[in-house]
Design a protein. Sequence first.
Length: 220
Amino acid sequence: MGNKYFIDCGSNIGDTIDLFLQKFKNAKQYKIIAFEPNKKLKSYYEKYKDVTLYQKAVWIADETKEFYIGIKNEHSTNSRLDDFYQGRKKEKFLNESESVECIDFSRYIANNFSTQDEIILKIDIEGAEYQVLSKMIADNTISFINELYIEFHNTQKTERYDRNELAKTIMDKGIKVIGNYDGGGVEFNQLFKNSRSRRLLKRLYYYIRKNYRKVFLKGE
């Protein structure tokens, strides 16, 4: 039997890490790893003794890319790589981008873990999730993951992807997937069928943000 890990991709200020430590069953048995490229948020991690923080963007290659800092709220939760900036409202971001180091997440998983490990993975990376997960499937590093908590996003760059098919492909490999796809949860599935407006879809977005954590915290 290997080690236990909670990996938080797009960890922002560490709020999900806090919830994990406070509520998840046997949380102390897990080694916690966080990926957050926004260097302005580094101070939020000073309170943690046992969290490994990488100030890198989770991506499909080891390279440097431009990163736009969001300003729609105080914690810049809408910050994203430039690939997923196009088509967004410019007033929700700082005018100038900054260069950030990116990591080939699939390769990182392959080089640092084994299929004997237990890995709980949370992904909230503002559009990059489609390519990252697709590469993990192609490389079969998705098989290292036991549970996936995912927030899918819509951008011009992600229109060719089907979140439902992607989630199904991952679940067909025996991996538990919780998130905002059709069937991601009983409550969401019911609401999704009845959605008819952009306002309701926006409410669903926040509903899923709240409820994937709720399911997650129960350790189900």
